[in-house]
Design a protein around this ligand. Structure first.
Ligand code: SF4
Length: 324
């Protein structure tokens, strides 16, 4: 498989201003490097505020990066202009968490789906038939063609957003918490539709979520983010069966277990991690997780651990696995 997307040393800092002067920076994304292969789902997971949404939006240049390289299908995204930038916009799309705010309430479903098609100058023989086919592929039908967004449920609105994305046949889609605003039963339907569309059309997904169960279900590989950095990257099953980074272990141990006895057993076994994540304005020196980590040693407070391959395709940024 070839990489569709390569990201190297991506940073996004937001200024904090006082009296028109920048007095500090929020280091939302602070040196992310990753590759996403064609047809793959790469899950990005972490607590809220860890920088996963900013990473997705920066990759798409919806917000400009502070530093770093983004290579999409061999092209340097930061240098794209004019027609080339339009090509990128058409091929790299995003599905937002809140389907209602991403659909124009004054437009019918037909117009909502045709708008990007017209904008990109895509020629369609029979627009009505084109839109009906798209609606059918996401589980809607021609009855919905001339209705407005407020006439639909949350799940149906997310399907309309999906049909609009598919109209452009993008190769890469950032799915930013696409089901977290939906009921559990509707979530499952949307996730299954996303998987079916991927196997039919070969879409490549960056799947962003704080819900580990959903990320596991969707992703081939997973990247765990903490305070703007990737701390563990590996195949989905390996991350869940054998999490190496203490932060990943903490996240997994927080998943509710339905069996109370097993839950007690797991609780007794694991080392408890305390506290909240520190502020990204002034992140801790060395390993950013050290104030919360039960295994922290001297080197952790002074030097930042590099992301190293500990076993095949499984990378961890932790001094427990790297040579200081
Ligand atoms: Fe904990 Fe040190 Fe590893 Fe950071 S580098 S996760 S503080 S053991």
């Amino acid at each position: 498989m070839k990489p569709v997307l390569k990201v190297e040393g991506l940073k996004k800092y937001f200024p904090i201003k006082s009296l028109l002067r920048t007095i500090a920076w929020v280091k939302a994304v602070d040196g992310i490097t990753l590759e996403i292969m064609s047809g793959e789902t790469f899950g990005l997971v972490g607590e809220s505020g860890c920088g996963k949404t900013t990473t997705g939006r920066t990759i798409l240049r919806l917000i400009e990066p502070t530093e770093g390289k983004i290579i999409f299908k061999g092209k340097d995204v930061m240098s794209l202009k004019g027609k080339d930038l339009l090509w990128f916009r058409r091929n790299a799309q995003i599905m937002f968490q809140d389907p209602y705010s991403s659909l124009n309430p004054r437009q019918t479903v037909f117009n909502i789906i045709m708008e990007p098609v017209r904008f990109h100058g895509i020629e369609v023989d029979d627009p009505e038939e084109f839109v009906i086919k798209l609606l059918e592929s996401v589980g809607l039908n021609e009855m919905h063609l001339y209705r407005y967004p407020h006439e639909f449920s949350g799940g149906q609105r997310q399907r309309i957003a999906l049909a609009r994305l598919m109209a452009l046949k993008p190769e890469f889609i950032v799915l930013d918490e696409p089901t977290s605003a939906l009921d559990v039963s509707v979530q499952a339907n949307i996730l299954n539709t996303l998987k079916e569309l991927q196997s039919e059309y070969g879409f490549t997904y960056l799947f962003i979520s704080h819900d580990l169960g959903v990320v596991k279900y969707m992703s081939h590989r997973i990247g765990v983010m903490y305070l703007g950095k990737l701390v563990e990257v590996g195949p989905s099953d390996r991350i869940f069966e054998n999490p190496l980074h203490p932060y990943t272990q903490m996240l997994l141990s927080a998943i509710p277990v339905p069996d109370p006895e097993l839950a007690q057993e797991l609780k007794a076994k694991r080392k408890m991690v305390k506290g909240e994540p520190p502020s990204p304005v002034n992140p801790p020196a060395g390993c950013r997780f050290h104030p919360r980590c039960p295994f922290a040693k001297d080197v952790c407070r002074k030097e930042e651990p590099p992301l190293v391959e500990v076993e095949r395709d499984h990378y961890v940024a932790c001094w427990l696995y790297a040579k200081s």
